[in-house]
Design a protein around this ligand. Structure first.
Ligand SMILES: *Cc1c(COP(=O)(O)O)cnc(C)c1O
Length: 809
């Protein structure tokens, strides 16, 4: 669209939706008019894509994920239809700040962190690559809570993101599906076949809401389909007529609670009944929808030639028994035929190896909520046992690890390994650990099922949208081809030697830092020096991610400065952001700890502004887009072996921050991509951590006793230094470091890695004092980031696992 047609459209939408002209319109109305204008540009392609997909001509991917952390739609969609300059001009000419419209949109917070963000990036890349796909998930009415920091503590507020009209979704009432829960199963034999009679169940409707997924300069528009729960009996008239109004609406409230709110646990399932219902709800709706669309287009025995069902972590693993159920109970197939189809259609991505993060469901709960699905899982389990016996496996330890049902629990990862044709890890290291340790027994039997696909990020959102200054600088240097092929960023290599380019590069960074400094001052009142090093750790607050280690080093730097205030260090600003699960006590205490240190340090004039600590509240995609372009150090300091991939690390590298991290997840590949000179690596390796864990840990008390600086820092947790009002406040963190807990002391190896960590921080300080060297390294990080585009991940998924054809080819 050209400028004039955009203006026309905006006037039209304002007039015919709100009966106003531009001068009268509120920000909300202006946003709506602009959003509808962009949406109109998308609609024709979307309708066309849907039509082609319905023809059944193309094999289609269904990407099932319990979270999609999309970020805001409007600005990114404009980038992707390549109209950003025009829209900015229109805003200018109409005197409406573009940023004000962007700010107005609510971010759909329907994901916790990396897993949900990955699903959203994959949908965008699939579309960019013209591959036909549906993203399938839940339309949570309330997303992840909004975080406020009050008195240093995290306070949670409900995220009512749908309170305003959501112009990006379309309700598809004609594709409503019935999902059944509870009840009991009567089995009878009829003509030699088992007949399943499902009685006394209760039904809930699933209504799909479709959101267009716009790719960069793409021929197609894919669909993100989110299911919303609706009561079967909107109001139970029986009760209503008897005058019991409350009882009458109770059923409705209970039914609709299924899609009411996103569970806020990241990497820590909590086995709640409602969560199980959520999982079955969106999986059953999706699989029923797939089968319905398939019939008439191709015979169901050919399902795997036409459909891939991808299971993003184990949350949608019920796709396996649900597909079995439909093929057998509704389509009349026998077990073997149904199993053959299912195991050729479903593929699974594992996202974690931490035992406590692997999903398990108590049998009793499961049987009650999903009696038929339980029977099918039991049968899969029994057949697996038979097979293992037939194959002569009598190693009981091995069988014990592989079975799906054990110790009165259903182990969802094992269900996926049995029922999928593919399982992949999300970085090289992570896949190696899956093969060698967590799933080694499965790997011995099904080596062909294992793949490795490293996670990725979308360059449209994290560079073109979030950092237009850097994006333009890159284009000036190497042209626009990098926008289509991320490997073209390699072309920046030679510019790392070009001092004029280095100056422009550092100018962009300085500008972004000034902008963030202003944001920090507006939000927190803290004044940070834009010339200081912006050292950033932004991610969910979790023990394995070790924000605690970062804090201990800040305390250490603080102590050194107090000893000698004229110590020659480059000023440093530590920036944190992240949410803790509301029930995760220790993670919340770490937030309080960060804020206590911030309070103490920011107010200490003896430091001459050499150290500042900032905690920005309510980390989400929108906040990440503000922080990342200004970052110079990217803290990726998880205990080695525990972060499956990480994607925050990739976003920061792409924006010219240097990684300071352990050899964990994708950090290993970042090191390969940039070379040892351009990354700061410290700490134990995954093998070393694994070894310590095998032999009961290490002696943290010895480190504490033998290093006066460590002792001082650790003691400051409990001597009132940080919390004069209550010196006991951080006692449990102190105890964690020095005393045994569940058979091990300091499970996350914080004191063990401390020395190496503070050492690498001093190297950072030395190198920042040499700007030529620093900016060269930063540029080489951008140049090496090409392989971490989600386009690359999707190409690998497609060639190794999915085998889809491009639409139009
Ligand atoms: C990228 C991203 C994450 C994942 O960050 P990690 O550092 O990989 O844990 C989490 N939350 C948001 C909002 C993100 O954008």
């Amino acid at each position: 669209m050209d400028k004039d047609s955009i203006k026309e459209s905006i006037k039209y939408e304002l007039l015919y939706t709100f009966a106003k002209d531009i001068g009268q319109a509120t920000t909300e109305e202006l946003y709506m008019a602009f959003a509808l204008t962009v949406r109109n540009e998308i609609m024709k392609k979307w309708a066309n894509t849907k039509k082609i997909m319905e023809s059944g001509e193309y094999k289609t991917l269904y990407y099932l994920s319990i979270e999609f952390l999309t970020g805001k739609f409007w600005g990114n969609n404009i980038i992707n239809i390549d109209d950003i300059e025009i829209y900015k001009q229109v805003c200018n000419e109409l005197g409406i700040p573009f940023s004000q419209l962007e700010e107005y949109e609510n971010e759909p917070g329907i994901g916790n962190g990396g897993l949900g963000r990955l699903a959203a990036a994959f949908m965008e890349s699939l579309t960019t690559l013209n591959l036909p796909a549906y993203g399938c998930g839940i339309r949570y009415e309330y997303g992840l809570f909004n975080q406020k920091i009050i008195n240093g503590y995290q306070i949670e507020h409900a995220d009512n993101w749908l309170s305003d009209r959501n112009v990006w979704e379309v309700e598809c009432k004609d594709e409503i599906v019935e999902v059944k829960f509870g009840g009991n199963i009567i089995e009878t034999w009829e003509d030699g076949r088992l007949k399943i009679d499902y009685r006394n169940y209760y039904s809930i409707y699933a209504i799909p809401y479709d959101i267009p997924v716009v790719g960069y300069d793409s021929d197609i528009v894919n669909t993100l389909r989110l299911w919303s729960a609706k009561s079967y009996n909107d109001i139970n008239m029986d009760w209503f007529n008897r005058g019991n109004y409350l009882k009458a609406s109770e059923e409705k409230v209970l039914a609709e609670s299924i899609s009411k709110v996103l569970y806020p646990e990241d990497n820590n399932p909590d086995g709640k009944r409602l969560r199980l219902k959520q999982q079955y709800f969106f999986v059953s709706a999706t699989i029923q929808n797939i089968i319905k669309k398939s019939k008439g287009k191709f015979p169901l025995w050919a399902l795997s030639d036409n459909v891939v069902i991808h299971i993003n972590d184990t949350h949608p693993a019920l796709a396996i028994p649900e597909l079995m159920r439909i093929l057998m109970d509704e389509e009349g197939m026998g077990w073997d035929e149904a199993w053959n189809i299912t195991t050729k259609t479903c593929a699974y991505t594992n996202h974690t190896i931490m035992g406590e993060a692997l999903e398990k469901w108590p049998i009793d709960l499961f049987k009650e909520v999903l009696p038929r699905i339980y029977m099918i899982i039991k049968e899969i389990n029994d057949r697996q046992l038979h097979r293992l016996n037939r194959e002569g496996t009598n190693d009981w330890e091995k069988i014990d690890k592989m079975t799906i049902i054990a110790y009165d629990q259903i182990r969802m990862a094992n269900l996926c390994l049995e029922g999928c044709y593919s399982i992949n890890g999300v970085s090289k290291l992570h896949t190696d650990i899956l093969k060698k340790e967590v799933f080694s027994d499965f790997y011995a039997i099904f080596p062909h099922k294992f793949h490795s696909v490293t996670n990725g990020i979308t360059y449209r959102r994290w560079l073109m949208h979030a950092n237009p200054g850097l994006s333009d600088l890159i284009t000036d240097a190497i042209g626009t081809r990098w926008k289509y092929d991320s490997h073209e960023l390699e072309g920046l290599h030679k510019f790392s030697e070009d001092s004029a380019f280095r100056d422009s590069f550092s100018d962009v960074k300085r500008y972004n830092k000034q902008k963030l400094a202003k944001y920090i001052s507006d939000k927190t009142g803290i004044h940070v020096d834009p010339e200081s090093i912006f050292d950033v750790q932004i991610k969910r607050i979790h023990e394995y991610k070790r924000q605690f280690l970062n804090v201990l080093n800040i305390l250490y730097m603080y102590d050194l400065l107090l000893e000698n205030p004229s110590r020659d260090i480059h000023p440093r600003t530590f920036i944190f952001a992240g949410k803790a699960a509301p029930g995760y006590y220790r993670a919340k205490l770490i937030i309080k700890l960060i804020n206590s240190i911030a309070n103490r340090i920011n107010g200490d004039i003896r430091l001459n502004n050499k150290l500042k600590v900032v905690f920005l509240e309510n980390y989400n995609v929108t906040l990440a887009e503000k922080i990342i372009p200004a970052a110079e150090i990217s803290e990726q300091i998880s205990t080695a072996g525990m972060e499956a991939s990480g994607t925050g690390n990739m976003k920061l590298m792409l924006n010219g921050a240097l990684t300071l991290g352990t050899l964990d997840g994708a950090n290993v590949e970042i090191k390969e991509a940039v070379g040892d000179q351009n990354i700061f690596i410290f700490g134990l390796t995954a093998d070393q951590v694994e070894n310590y864990h095998k032999y009961g840990g290490y002696n943290s008390k010895a480190i504490y006793d033998n290093d006066a600086n460590v002792k001082k820092v650790v003691n400051q947790l409990v001597n009132g230094f940080l919390s004069p009002e209550n010196s006991m406040m951080f006692r449990s963190l102190y105890n964690y470091l020095l005393y045994e807990e569940g058979g091990i002391t300091d499970r996350y190896m914080i004191l063990k890695d401390f020395d190496s960590y503070r050492h690498v921080h001093s190297i950072v300080d030395d190198q920042y004092k040499m700007p030529d060297i620093w900016w060269k390294k930063a540029i080489l990080n951008v140049a090496g980031a090409g392989r971490f585009s989600s386009d690359e991940s999707i190409k690998n998924y497609n060639s190794d696992i999915w085998h889809l054809s491009k639409m139009g080819d």
